[in-house]
Design a protein around this ligand. Structure first.
Ligand code: GTP
Length: 597
């Protein structure tokens, strides 16, 4: 394929504005997927993505399109919309020259529309605005077009009205991609530089690396080197990504492809690395991606202590597939050997836990999530604290800093009051307020990360009856009065239940946390005392009474299947339990701190 006839583009949008559905229509229209193989959101191929109806990973797919007497290769990269996965968006953007900016015409511009757009503009992508879901009766094409014009400064005629559901506008979109997105610029005669923008672990074939050739040509059988790791491989198989992989003999500058070379170790592939030739290497790698910054940290422990090594293997494989997951081994007095993991947010954490269970058949316990604090000591270097257990003794600490974010909230003007109250309650400061239209407002706050990563978004949605969107970015650390709150069960400190909280909120937290734990801890044969403490000082106490009866007792004389069912249910419930000392703690208890409001 001539380089002038290649177009690399991505689709960016706020969550649920219809990217994946529109991608389906593009694939159908270009006959990339035939009727028999077509299913809704065909690119969201993970079970989890299908069930939740969201895109978690980016997906690349190649289409061929005949237009005005010429054949074109269109490489489409679908991207996730949720704020937790914005790093996937930034990687996809680096492999493209253009972006379809999809805006739901019944919703208007939302927080991630803006943040993803800025990412795309920052990388000089050509933006094609698409007004989607125009089939909806409550679509507001005029108002939303005004918002788009205001945001990107385009002409009204440039905005393509479309419906991913009904297929309207798909031809216009393809035409705009060909006419407006510039072809890739690379030189196929130069030394090879291919940017790795994704990778996946296939248990049968090893690591599959997805790359965009920026300069040079890669041939099947070439000896290649990954520049950051310095490792060398044979390009056993290269090819392009249609709905399935299609092997090719060579892939030239400008195109997107995959490479399989029997790489067994997940750790060997670094997303953002550059592939070059061993014999004729490029002098420098392509400027890399920004390092992914985890926002939330939590411990992941196997329910069965004997499964620690299996868990390590699963984490390694998962990490390959998810460059944002970082982890290192850790030990907990209560839970034994496990891993301290960094996640992009709570959704990311939930997804990792679910993937470990589904794809690797592991049953795991996740501990109380925390952000990373910085403890400045009276003497010596500051310490990064990613888990409450790592907080130095209070007497040695000079002061503690916590991460702050700049948060953008877009909502209807009716909800400005409640949104501001919520943010103030979360220790936030209103920095800016800007009316997008007479009815919609964009507000900017500075907030502690710890106050927004957990349940903030749910509360925001509740108080705004769903009419609010949120986006945030880290802006740095600020001094805060934080203390470590410990939980004791029958006098024994359970490190995995500790949390770091603001001093003004500590008493209230301690009290409510004890109450919540009383609800969540199952009754056992003995009484359980639950206490919250700051240092040696106990600030709250609750008791779980001892169990009196055998659970199955009420079935005596009843029918046996019911009894069996009850025992079966108990067994299932046991799966996510950990024995700490004499007390059994269910998974929910570790998450109790998140549900206090
Ligand atoms: P994420 O991948 O999670 O970011 O979402 P997305 O932007 O890919 O949205 P998706 O395509 O999954 O669509 C979200 C919802 O909107 C689904 O219920 C779709 O059926 C619906 N939808 C998408 N496009 C249209 C459209 O043109 N018209 C109507 N009426 N509904 C649509």
């Amino acid at each position: 394929m001539k380089q002038e006839n290649i177009r690399n583009f991505c689709i960016i949008a706020h969550i649920d504005h219809g990217k994946s559905t529109l991608a389906d229509r593009l694939l159908e229209y270009t006959q990339t997927v035939s009727g028999r193989n077509m299913q809704a959101q065909v690119l969201d191929n993970m079970d989890l993505e299908r069930e939740r109806g969201i895109t978690i990973k980016s997906h690349a797919i190649q289409m061929t399109f005949h237009f005005e007497g010429e054949d074109y290769t269109l490489n489409l990269i679908d991207t996730p919309g949720h704020v937790d996965f914005s790093y996937e968006v930034s990687r996809s953007i680096m492999a493209c020259e253009g972006a379809l900016l999809i805006v739901d015409s019944s919703q208007g511009i939302e927080a991630q529309t803006i943040s993803n757009l800025y990412l795309a503009i920052g990388n000089d992508l050509e933006i094609i605005p698409v007004l989607n879901k125009i089939d909806l009766p409550h679509s507001m094409p005029e108002e939303v077009s005004d918002e788009i014009i205001d945001l990107i400064g385009c002409e009204r005629e440039e905005i393509i009205p479309a419906s991913g559901k009904e297929g309207t506008g798909v031809d216009k979109i393809l035409e705009a991609i060909i006419k407006k997105v510039p072809p890739p610029k690379g030189d196929k005669e130069k030394e090879l530089q291919a940017l790795i923008f994704d990778s996946e672990f296939n248990p049968f074939r090893g690591v599959e690396v997805i790359f965009r050739v920026v300069n040079g040509t890669i041939n099947k059988g070439d000896k290649v080197k990954f520049m950051a790791t310095g490792k060398e491989y044979l390009a056993d198989e290269i090819g392009v990504l249609k709905l399935d992989q299609e092997p090719r003999k060579m892939i030239e500058a400008g195109d997107v492809g995959y490479l399989i070379s029997g790489i067994k170790q997940a750790k060997e592939v670094k997303v953002g690395d550059t592939i070059t030739h061993v014999n004729k290497p490029s002098e420098s790698p392509i400027a890399g991606f920004e390092d992914v910054k985890p926002m939330v940290f939590a411990g992941i422990y196997p329910v069965e202590t004997s499964e620690f090594e299996d868990l390590r293997e699963a984490m390694e494989k998962l990490q390959l597939n998810d460059a944002a997951l970082v982890w290192e081994p850790e030990t907990s007095a209560a839970l034994g050997f496990g891993f301290r993991c960094g996640f992009l947010g709570m959704l990311h954490m939930e997804i990792i836990q679910e993937r470990l269970e589904r794809e690797f058949d592991m049953t795991v316990i996740t501990t109380v999530p925390s952000v990373q604090f910085k403890a400045h000591l009276k003497k010596g270097e500051p310490v990064d604290v990613q888990a409450p257990a790592e907080m130095p003794e209070p007497i040695t600490i000079d002061h503690v800093e916590e991460p702050f974010v700049k948060a953008q909230i877009i909502t209807k003007s009716d909800f400005v009051g409640p949104v501001i109250s919520l943010c103030i309650d979360k220790r936030g400061i209103l920095k800016n307020q800007n009316y997008l239209t007479s009815d919609r407002v964009e507000m900017t706050f500075e907030l502690p990360l710890a106050e927004i990563v957990f349940d903030f978004f749910d509360r925001l949605k509740t108080i705004s009856r769903g009419y609010a969107s949120l986006d945030y970015e880290l802006i740095g650390f600020q001094q805060s009065n934080m203390v470590k709150l410990d939980i004791l069960l029958n006098g024994e400190k359970v490190d995995a239940l500790s949390a770091i909280v603001h001093r003004d909120k500590a008493y209230d937290w301690g009290k409510r946390l004890c109450e919540k734990l009383r609800e969540l801890l199952p009754r056992q044969m003995f009484e359980i005392a639950i206490q919250a403490a700051i240092g040696a000082k106990i600030i709250a106490r609750e008791t779980v009474k001892a169990m009196r009866k055998n659970v199955t007792a009420k079935c005596y004389g009843g029918d046996i299947t019911r009894k069996r069912k009850l025992l079966e249910k108990q067994k299932k419930g046991k799966k996510r339990m950990r024995q700490v000392g004499r007390v059994e703690i269910p998974q929910e208890a570790f998450m109790a701190v998140l549900k206090l409001d």
